[in-house]
Design a protein around this ligand. Sequence first.
Ligand code: AMP
Ligand code: TRP
Length: 345
Amino acid sequence: MTIKERVFSGMQPTGSLHLGNYLGAMLQWIELQKTHECIYCVVDLHAITVWQEPAELRRSIRQVTAAYIAAGLDPEKSILFNQSQVSAHAELAWIFNCVARLGWLGRMTQFKEKAGKDREKASVGLYAYPNLMAADILAYKATHVPVGDDQKQHLELSRDIAQKFNNDYREQIESIGYTDGIFFPQPEPVITGPATRVMSLRDGTKKMSKSDPSDLSRINLTDDKDTIAKKVQKAKTDPEPLPSEPDGLKGRPEAENLVGIYAALVGDPVTKVLTDVGGAQFSSFKKTLAEAAVERLAPLTSEAARMMQDPAGIDRILADGSERARELAAPIMAEVKEIVGFIHY
Ligand code: AMP
Ligand code: TRP
């Protein structure tokens, strides 16, 4: 059986989106919708693995949706919806809770980071988080998953789950007509954005993240022009001028990060950027970088803010996307239930 290419990805509605999300994920999502059938999900079930204030969560779901549309995601072409509206995600996640092994989850670095020292106090959901992520993807038999570098390990786990399910239920899978024994495909990570790992502006060895307590560490997609300029100005650097070749960035994580961000924003390779700016001081490069960031993000920020004036309009888009997603997942879930041995009508 030939497997149709289908793209799935998700982003958490927690806090505001930042430049790392934009360069690492959003741009790829938008590119892929030109060539593929794409399903994009605001993962609200994942969000509550750590405490979320309900009113703030609701606002965040709309905010993330608006940002993606403002950045160029077309909700008519691609399916855009929030996870909790399609029950297949939670149902399949439960089945995967029974397929995945405790040991597999214990190795996840994101859990270790997020749970911190006192693991006993982490929610069970935070531990099982990657199983839900596998369910997101496989409820649609998606084959390609565009993500930032940090999600690689979770995707490997999704592949392991797909494989174990196919092995455990091989006989039943074959008996319903999958003669090659492959019910779930092995989802491929697509980690090819212009900057797959954008680092913090305060520490070039740490990833730019929503959860960093310092707002100066990231550029949010909701920041205004002056805030962006201030954050870039305050970004950590070293005392040397910029090198004129990529080799000169070695061992200089902050310089490498800022040059990488600039290259991604203007769409040039790092080599070309360094040919142009090599020898310059950071003070002047930072001005150019801030201008590039503002030019790229300002239209997106204002369009998202405009959309936020009409929450019902955003909700309609999510409702429509959910309906289309439900239709795609339904026949797959019916087969899963058949395979596992549930009675279903
Ligand atoms: P999250 O905000 O954690 O739901 O992430 C949404 C998407 O953005 C995922 O595909 C992440 O891999 C990607 N992402 C998050 N932070 C970064 C970063 N600092 N650099 C590149 N990609 C990122
Ligand atoms: N875990 C991803 C993140 O934090 C978000 C996510 C949830 C996701 N489900 C997914 C990404 C399915 C890709 C596919 O970024």
